[in-house]
Structures are given as structure tokens and as C-alpha cells.
Design a binder for this molecule. Structure first.
Ligand code: PHE
Length: 502
């Protein structure tokens, strides 16, 4: 499934979520407005947002991972909450499930064929994140409502593909893996978090260096050398399709087919490895699995930077779960990177999504938890995958639902789609509400769901109602606390979003 941004949907490979440990800290962070320093350093930032009814003044510049970037107030939309997460790097944190997941996948793509890059800076240019990959200028993924901008040409990467061009250019090895934190403004629920981790992988063959210049034979030789697996694969798709999944003009049919086969087998092996670990970990915990073999299927997809393209879905708990997107790399990317003689594939997957499967983690907020009851369950697993066990959830704390009804700013709130909030660039976008909720409440909110929307027949004004579910993963919230947070959310909505509470 392709998301509104034309990248694969976050819910799938792009899962995101996280949890703050000490809730008291979250509440304290939301103390009244403090003056904004001229330079804001990510880990040190606590709070520059207004408590009520004022738009926060952006800083003049921000420092992320010790580099300083000039802020353009016209573009800047990165809250302190998000800036603070840029230093966490869960994919490198010892014994963290995201890091363990990364290492298990890395083991399927070994060096020296695949070199792993795990420390690339999260701040990239619009060119790297979008233009170099062939995103059209009007692509919805570029919208300020979807992407965190520092200024008009600098942003927090929305996907690890932002580094494809530089690594193809460096051309240090036939393949590479990139694991990194990525950032997307998004809804709030158990599988979405505005920061999550992706792994990108790529593999190329060079027409100038393969024996006899025969890429097809070279790819098949490498394919033969890959291990076999016993999964049932549903793949009704042709190697390419003139309308739905075109062959690139500079590729022969045989080349695209060979590269596609190598890509699919490599990724199937990765899935087989993950599910082998899931099974073993379940067995250790006494959970019985039927003898049913694993089922996976390939689905045709679209990405601006690959063609043909596919997604891989896995049958898991009575449904198809999308776990990655991939395809034959667009030749212009390799050409622009100065390696026109190479041809190859790329994939991208969401590490949280796979970690949730591996460890049975039910809510993406948990990944950000510093609570020993979470982290302690994975201690020692990094050095010994044989210790892996399913996560045992904390007792579930009660939900506390609070509704907020409001008139959207302006007349009619920006036209079709805007009330749903998922649509274009009106004055109102649902993601702005999500950001306010996250800023005020941290990870205390489990989800935010639209309950109702109506347009006043005379004035054309649109009113919507959202239900906020206040439920901490770590402790019981009192109704008083939830009320306090809800009042603050409403105050910020008025001040920052210009809505009128009903
Ligand atoms: N970058 C894509 C995404 O975030 C995934 C992808 C990577 C797809 C590489 C194809 C090739 O959805």
C-alpha cells in the first residue's frame, strides 16, 4: 500500500512509536513557557512552547548532533519534543529491541558484500530526501504537514533512501545497509510515532566489471549462491508490467528480471530468518506454533525511485502485514551518482514493525521507554540471540477518553479532505493536532481518533470532534491529570492552530 506521500505507508514498513519513561518528567516538561534561547541544542531543549494561546517563536538556529543549522521561521516546524529524540539513536542502543532487530537483519546481508552505515546524520537536504530520488515538486510527501523542516532546503530525513545517492556515489562495496532514525509528522496510534527507524539496503552489479560485461549471468550466479528457504511465496506478478510496473528503458528485460529475482530471494531469506527467531523465542516461552509454514506474498507497488517495485507482506495473526518496499533502482539515481554502468536493487523496511513481530511488542511507544520493566527484558540478548523471548506486557492501565470539538480555522476549513485532516495544505491539517497532543502530553496518549465531522449548512464552517485516549503504558493516570492535560491541549490548539473550541 502506498501512503499519501507516495512512499510506502508508515503503518507498514514505516511503523513508528515510542514511549517516555517517567511520566512525571513529561508533565514537568510542559510547564509554562520559558524564553527561547537564540540557539537551541537538541538534547538540552526542554520547552519553548507557549502554554496557552500563542504560537511559539522559532529559534534562530538549531543544533542537532553537534551541527548547527539556520532556521527559517517560514518553514521551521520541529518541536522540542522531536528535537530531543534526535539524540536517542535506538538502533545503536545496546540490547534495545530495535538494535537487536537491526543486527539480525544485518546478519543476512553480510560484509564485505554489504557494508553497514549506522551513523548517518538525520538532517538532510530537500535534494537528498526528494529531488535526487525523482520525487516531483508537488509530491505530497514534501508538505510541511508531513515533513519536519528546519528551513526551506533542510529537513529531518523522512526515509533512509535520502542517503542512496551519496552511498551509490561512494561505491565502496557492491551492497550497503543503512539503519537510521527517520521523521514523519503523523497520526497517533499504537503503530505510529513521528520518529521511527528504517533500514535501507541496496545491491549493484557493474557492467564494466562483471565477467564478459554480462550482468544477467553475474546476477544469476550470485542468486544461485544464496541459501534456499521453505516458505510458501505467493508471487503472481510478472517481472514487470508496461502500465503498472514498467521496465526502465535502459534495462533489458533479462536484466530487470534477474535483478528482481535476486532482490526477492534476498528479502525472503531475511524474513525467513526473522520468523525462525520468532518461532524459537515462542518455543522458549512455551508458546506453541502450529506446523503451518510461513506464508508471504509479493504485491506490486510504486516508488519514485524504483521500477519495477514491490512490497512484501507476511501472513501474521490472521492478516497480511506489509513489512517492506523495494524495487529495481531508477537508473537516473546511479547515473547522477557517477556510476552509470551499475544496475541494481534497493529496499527499505521499518525496524519497529519487525521488532514488534519479533518480540511481540504491542505498542510502538514502548520502544522509547526508559523503564527497566521494558529494557530489562532484552538485557543480554544482543550478544546471544538464543536468549530472545517474547515481551511480557506490563499490566494494562485504564484508558481515559476525552473529547474535543472545535470549528476549523477560516471558512469551511480548507475544502474537501481538510476536515478529514489527511488531505492537502489548507489552514488545517490533522497532523498539526497530533503534534500539539504529543508536545503537551508526551507519550501519555495512546491514540487520537476523529469521531465526527459536520459542515454548518448556512455558514459552511466545518466542525470536527476528536477523541483523545489518555492511557500511560507505565502507570495509572488520574482523571484529574488527564483533565489537566486535556485543558492544556485545548489551549494550545487555540493558540497554535487557530481553531475555535465548541
Ligand atoms: N523509502 C521507501 C519508504 O520509506 C522504502 C523503499 C526503499 C522502497 C528503497 C523502495 C526502495 O517507504
Amino acid at each position: 500500500m502506498i501512503g499519501p506521500r507516495g512512499m510506502a505507508c508508515a503503518g507498514g514498513l514505516l511503523a513508528r512509536v515510542g514511549s517516555r519513561s517517567a511520566i512525571s518528567r513529561v508533565v514537568r516538561q510542559n510547564s509554562p513557557l520559558r524564553p527561547l534561547p537564540a540557539t537551541v541544542t537538541a538534547p538540552a531543549v526542554r520547552c519553548w512552547r507557549a502554554q496557552y494561546s500563542t504560537k511559539p517563536e522559532p529559534p534562530k538556529e538549531v543544533t542537532i548532533n553537534s551541527k548547527t543549522y539556520p532556521v527559517d521561521p517560514e518553514w521551521f516546524n520541529v518541536s522540542s519534543t522531536i528535537l530531543n529524540l534526535t539524540s536517542r539513536k535506538l538502533h545503536l542502543q545496546k540490547d534495545h529491541p530495535v538494535s537487536i532487530t537491526r543486527q539480525i537483519i544485518e546478519s543476512v546481508f553480510p560484509s564485505p558484500t554489504y557494508l553497514a552505515y549506522n551513523n548517518l546524520d538525520p538532517v538532510v537536504s530537500t535534494h537528498e530526501n526528494f529531488d535526487s530520488l525523482g520525487f516531483p515538486p508537488n509530491h505530497p510527501g514534501r508538505a510541511k504537514t508531513d515533513t519536519y523542516y528546519i528551513n526551506g532546503t533542510t529537513l529531518l530525513r523522512t526515509h533512509t533512501s535520502a542517503h542512496e545517492a551519496e552511498l551509490f556515489k561512494a561505491s565502496k562495496s557492491p551492497g550497503y545497509l543503512i539503519s537510521a532514525d527517520v521523521y514523519r509528522r503523523d497520526e497517533i496510534d499504537k503503530s505510529h510515532y513521528p520518529v521511527f527507524h528504517q533500514m535501507e539496503g541496496a545491491r549493484v552489479w557493474d557492467r564494466n566489471t562483471v565477467p564478459n560485461g554480462d550482468v544477467v549471468s553475474a546476477v544469476y550466479k550470485d542468486l544461485e549462491a544464496l541459501p534456499k528457504h521453505d516458505m510458501i511465496i505467493e508471487d503472481p506478478n510478472p517481472p514487470f508490467h508496461p502500465d503498472r510496473n514498467p521496465l526502465q528503458p535502459s534495462h533489458s528485460a533479462e536484466e530487470a528480471e534477474a535483478v528482481g529475482k535476486h532482490l526477492k530471494r534476498s528479502l525472503e531469506l531475511m524474513v525467513a530468518e526473522i520468523f525462525k527467531r520468532v518461532k524459537e523465542s515462542h518455543a522458549r516461552a512455551g508458546i506453541q506454533h502450529g506446523s503451518e509454514p510461513l506464508k508471504v506474498r509479493w504485491v506490486e507497488a510504486y516508488f519514485p525511485f524504483t521500477s519495477p517495485s514491490w512490497e512484501l507482506e507476511v501472513w501474521y495473526q490472521d492478516g497480511w502485514l506489509e513489512i517492506l518496499g523495494c524495487g529495481v533502482s531508477q537508473q537516473h539515481i546511479l547515473r547522477d551518482a557517477g556510476v552509470a554502468s551499475q544496475i541494481g536493487w534497493a529496499f527499505g523496511l521499518g525496524l519497529e514493525r519487525i521488532a514488534m513481530l519479533l518480540f511481540q511488542i504491542p505498542d510502538i511507544r514502548l520502544f522509547w521507554s526508559r523503564d527497566e520493566r521494558f529494557l530489562g527484558q532484552f538485557r543480554g540478548v544482543e550478544g546471544d540471540w538464543g536468549k530472545m523471548r517474547p515481551f511480557v506486557g506490563f499490566s494494562r492501565h485504564p484508558a481515559c477518553y476525552k473529547d474535543v470539538s472545535f470549528w476549523l480555522p477560516g471558512h469551511g476549513g480548507g475544502g474537501a479532505g481538510a476536515a478529514g485532516g489527511r488531505g492537502g495544505e489548507g489552514e488545517w491539517h490533522e497532523n498539526d493536532l497530533m503534534e500539539v497532543v504529543r508536545d503537551v502530553c508526551g507519550d501519555v496518549v495512546e491514540d487520537v481518533v476523529m469521531m465526527d465531522s459536520f459542515t454548518h449548512p448556512k455558514t459552511g464552517r466545518r466542525s470536527v470532534c476528536y477523541r483523545v485516549n489518555y492511557r500511560s503504558l507505565e502507570r495509572t493516570l488520574t482523571n484529574e491529570e488527564a483533565n489537566g492535560l486535556h485543558e492544556r491541549v485545548k489551549g494550545e490548539m487555540v493558540g497554535r492552530l487557530g481553531v475555535e473550541i465548541r
